[in-house]
Design a protein around this ligand. Sequence first.
Ligand code: FES
Length: 179
Amino acid sequence: MVGALGCAGLAVPFVKSLEPDASVAAAATTVADLTGIAPGMQMTLSWQDKPVIIVHRTPEMIASLKEVEPQLADPNCTVPQQPPYAKNIYRSIKPEWLVMVRVCTHLCCIPLFKPAPGSVEPGWDGGFHCPCHGSLYDLSGRVYKNVPAPRNMAIPEYRFVDGGKKVEITAMYPEAKLC
Ligand code: FES
């Protein structure tokens, strides 16, 4: 289905080191300001040489997470790709905010953010499309069935600060694998 899109030329390989040494991991926390991210929009920042996407989900996007579940490989997040507090349908602390390492679990390309229904294929509910080999994820980064990627995308350790106006990304969740 998506393989027919022929968009391999858009592939963005993620080539930097994925395993920073312990001193870098300990030091590198990042605080992101959420106030400028309108509902439906995203911001991607570089954290520890990894792209982290923050999505401000709309009520419609949140509703889609339940509808898409029959198409997903691990809808209940049984593989520990997220901290325990994000082991839920939203894969997050607050339903409206997704904070996720934007790295495809197949071979570490950076998936495209494709939130518009129908924008990848007919019946598409919105989510992420990896152009490298056609993997698909929903708007929580949960992987579809029958695609090359083997697991959901990784959720880092994070917390809300400044009364919820900012998010602090603190560490990789130790059990999560990037690719
Ligand atoms: S790297 Fe994403 S589908 Fe292969």
